[in-house]
Design a protein around this ligand. Structure first.
Ligand code: ZN
Length: 406
């Protein structure tokens, strides 16, 4: 069996689930791609972007120039800031409802619609079907998030065809702040293949149908990637802004807080307060499942990112990871209720996943760990802003359909 080796700069090793390479100097592909940011000509790349979008700008003001996929978190504000206010495009904003919405996520989405003055198209798939698929992927793949990722990556592409809007503008592709593997110079674009390999763990809707007999054609149709001929006819093309703009999620979010009042909140299992705050599960159950399956939790991704941006040293990053990755998950009861399972059956699934991956499912700490001095100092140094909370003083419950805030 191949042994894994760790990157000499960050905390990733070759067992990373997304796949990475380590060069002869011991540096991983993620760190190498990050290094490109220092020597690329970003003015030139911005001009390339201006050239690229020129062809998609519609002459009539009444038509949309592009599609921008958003949520109540992640890089949504920054992408719209660039698309609307820097590129002067008229976007149709689309969002896939993953049903695990936090009040802060709905607030951010409502505020985005007003601040950027855009039309937002929301896709609400029949919850009975979403639950059925979630049960299958959870039990068979150890993933409760497959429908969320599949939905949010396919709905914009389906919309491109339905509305005949060829250009889709995404933020950063998954490799950019994580495992690299694609140079900025590749100008990688979103394709069926990229989505399947990098977003969906190699499982497209049709693969699920063929593999698991619990699902039907009818269940999966909303998650199907459009056909090649439809894509060609519409001229659909998905570009990533991270290839054209020097990407720094922390700095970008902080700018969005100042400019547009983006709200941020703290979580139990990472120090990052900007990225996944729209979801009750991503940094809780989903993160714990990721940890059981791969040995990595999200805090490792965040810590590696901060090392590369020069805001943490490797030992500081390590101390943060060991503090956060063993902290307890929260709000799991909401998920049991939503899915219609009890805690015992869920724990059975956890044990199954842990055993399949040679891990101990009982090693999670229930009590709050005390922050030691080094963890507190590192958090102070990083200075992630927290200007709100995920519940915003409302009831702790999924907002399955967000009507927005008045
Ligand atoms: Zn590295």
């Amino acid at each position: 069996m191949e042994t894994s080796s760790q990157c000499s700069r960050c905390l990733y090793d070759t067992s990373h689930p997304l796949g990475l390479e380590i060069n002869e100097k011991g540096i991983c592909s993620g760190c190498l791609i990050h290094e490109e940011k220092d020597y690329l000509d970003w003015d030139q790349r911005w001009n390339d972007l201006l050239d690229l979008v020129k062809d998609y700008k519609c002459k009539q003001k009444v038509k949309y120039d592009c599609i921008v996929p958003v949520s109540g978190a992640n890089d949504s504000y920054f992408i719209l800031h660039i698309v609307k206010n820097k590129l002067n495009l008229n976007p149709l904003v689309v969002t896939y409802n993953k049903y695990f919405n936090t009040p802060i996520g709905i607030k951010n989405l409502a505020n985005l619609r007003t601040k950027f003055d855009v039309d937002v198209l929301i896709q609400n798939i029949n919850p009975t079907i979403v639950k059925k698929i979630t049960k299958t992927t959870l039990f068979e793949l150890g993933s409760m998030y497959w429908p969320c990722i599949a939905g949010q990556t396919v709905f914009p592409v389906q919309t491109s065809i339905r509305y005949n809007i060829p250009l889709i503008i995404w933020g950063a592709h998954q490799g950019l702040e994580q495992v690299g593997m694609f140079s900025h110079l590749h100008n990688v674009e979103m394709t069926r293949r990229y989505r399947k390999d990098h977003d969906l763990m190699g499982m497209e809707a049709d693969d699920m149908l063929n593999t698991f007999n619990t699902l039907s054609e009818e269940d999966m149709c909303q998650y199907r990637y459009p056909s090649d001929s439809d894509l060609r006819k519409a001229g659909t093309r998905g570009i990533y802004l991270g290839n054209y703009i020097r990407w720094d999620p922390k700095a970008q979010h902080e700018k969005m807080i100042k400019l547009y009042g983006y709200e941020s909140a703290s979580f139990n299992r990472t120090f990052e307060t900007y990225d996944h705050i729209d979801c009750y599960n991503y940094l809780n159950i989903h993160d714990y499942l990721k940890y059981l399956k791969t040995g990595f939790s999200k805090v490792t991704d965040h810590a590696c990112r901060e090392i590369r941006h020069g805001r943490l040293t490797k030992p500081q990053a390590k101390s943060l990871v060991s503090y956060y990755e063993n902290r307890n998950i929260q709000n799991q009861n909401l998920f049991y209720d939503w899915l219609g399972v009890d805690e015992n059956s869920f724990n059975f699934i956890l044990r199954k996943i842990a055993e399949e991956n040679n891990r101990d499912p009982n090693n999670i700490e229930i009590s709050h760990r005390k922050k030691n001095k080094s963890v507190s100092n590192n958090l102070m140094k990083l200075d992630y802003k927290i200007n709100s909370s995920i519940n915003r003083d409302k009831k702790t419950q999924y907002i399955t359909i967000g009507k927005g805030y008045p």
